[in-house]
Design a protein around this ligand. Structure first.
Ligand code: XLS
Ligand code: NI
Ligand code: NI
Length: 436
């Protein structure tokens, strides 16, 4: 196979003093942080859809991206070339993982049977390429939102035939994910939501979403797929109101439908900020409920109200995210999938590498800062001190269930002068700055 990126060498770690744009300044795959390699901490992944298929189309303009494989007119020939190109990108970056939707990698045919045949052929090629490569599958998923049949949703469609089609597609997508040894399988609720309540039976739609997920759990067990199932929250886009709004909404849904022992959560930064949360808030929420599964690493633009899915370059956000990941004891079997695309103006093939280098270096710095911050204990000690009243006296009695309303009223009557202490937010923010 000829190279798609003859101008791009293997990307090496050259350290912070390097000025070579095609070199890592901070990401040193085998470099150890707290006894574990950066590669194992971060578990980076390429998102096939943005990297290989994204042309830079926007509502006002056509594709701008120079992508030689996208100019091949035969759809299957294009699919094969595109997969080869992805392996070249992965190899040159030393990327450990990739993720895909079924329809990203192989074209739809006239019938579902033909579509499945196309997919099988590309899966066989992928498996062969994986055998000669370091690249592994972080997760697979089904695209249940592009085709017009999914105009009213998939599992939450008003039309039972659409539900059946979606179920068939998910069944197949789980099979091929298992075939490639995928570590996870993701459900992002593409069009699972509504645009108007006037035509929507929300209760039936939510029940049906749970029905499809229960079928997936049963099928995973039936075929012995050992990967982790994940649900990915997003508040809006493409529908006005997506059902998987944010982490807390997903937790309520999973618990209501007895799915919380079978699925964990895949959290994307830009979805968190669209929901009015920080990334760290969402990761912490999932972590404390024991449901942190995997991460989609990207960032939004604070001045734009949609999912811009940019390569992450904000070191603060990366540091706070990695702080939570470290407190979770790591992210495996999940990883950090760059669900991110280049800006429309960054259209040259080499920009793919510049984008990943920026994102990988950002998270490497975030990991280093978070690890040092955690090791120092500066934030943890402050927090512990702040809650010290719960370790003894009345606080301990409340926690131990030894004080109810009557005891607390008696205590309050006897101790009615309360002294609070400062939260010292600015001190803490300045401490964080010393580690960034
Ligand atoms: C879209 C989602 C999507 C999922 C995979 O906003 O982030 O890309 O990660 O279906
Ligand atoms: Ni997104
Ligand atoms: Ni995503």
């Amino acid at each position: 196979m000829t190279s798609f990126f003859p101008e791009v060498p293997e990307i090496k770690f050259e350290g912070p003093d390097s000025r070579n744009p095609l070199a890592f300044k901070y990401y040193n795959a085998e470099g150890k942080i707290g006894g574990k390699s950066m590669k194992d901490h971060l578990r980076f992944s390429i998102a096939y859809w943005h990297t290989m298929n994204g042309g830079g189309v926007d509502p006002f303009g056509v594709a701008t991206m120079v992508r030689p494989w996208l100019t091949i007119s035969d759809p299957m020939e294009q699919a094969r070339a595109r997969m080869h190109a992805m392996f070249e990108i992965g190899q040159k970056l030393g990327m450990p993982f990739f993720c895909f939707h079924d329809r990203d990698i192989a074209p739809e045919g006239e019938t579902l049977a033909e579509t499945n045949k196309n997919l099988d052929e590309i899966i066989a090629l992928t498996k062969k390429l994986m055998a000669d490569s370091e690249l592994k599958l972080l997760w697979g998923t089904a695209c249940l939102f592009t085709h017009p049949r999914f105009v009213h949703g998939a599992a939450t469609s008003c039309n039972a035939d659409v539900f059946a089609y979606a179920a068939a597609q998910v069944k197949k997508a789980i099979e091929v994910t298992a075939e490639l040894g995928g570590a996870n399988y993701v459900f992002w609720g593409g069009r699972e939501g509504y645009d108007t309540l006037l035509n929507t039976d929300m209760k039936l739609e939510l029940d049906n979403l749970a029905r499809l997920l229960h079928m997936a759990v049963a099928y995973k067990k039936e075929i012995g797929f050992t990967g982790q199932l994940l649900i990915e929250p997003k508040p809006l886009e493409p529908t006005k109101h997506q059902y998987d709004r944010d982490v807390a909404t997903c937790i309520a849904f999973l618990k209501t439908y007895d799915l919380d022992t079978e699925l964990k959560i895949n959290i994307e930064q830009n979805h968190a900020t669209l929901a009015g949360h920080t990334y760290a808030h969402e990761i912490m929420t999932a972590r404390i409920y024991g449901l942190l599964g995997s991460l989609d690493a990207n960032q939004g633009d604070y001045l734009v109200g949609w999912d811009t899915d940019q390569l992450p370059t904000d070191i603060y956000e990366a540091t706070f995210a990695m702080y939570e990941v470290l407190k979770n004891g790591g992210i495996a079997p999940g990883g950090m999938n760059f669900d991110a695309k280049l800006r429309r103006g960054s259209f040259e093939p080499a920009d793919i590498f510049h984008g990943f280098v920026a994102g990988m270096d950002t998270y490497a710095r975030g990991l280093k800062a978070a690890h040092a911050l955690l090791e120092s204990g500066e934030l943890e000690d402050f927090r512990k001190q702040r809650y010290a009243s719960w370790n003894s006296g009345i606080g301990k009695q409340i926690i131990d269930g030894k004080a109810g309303f009557a005891e607390l009223e008696k205590y309050a009557l006897e101790n009615s002068s309360i002294k609070n202490t400062s939260g010292r937010q600015e001190v803490l923010e300045a401490i964080v700055n010393r580690y960034i």
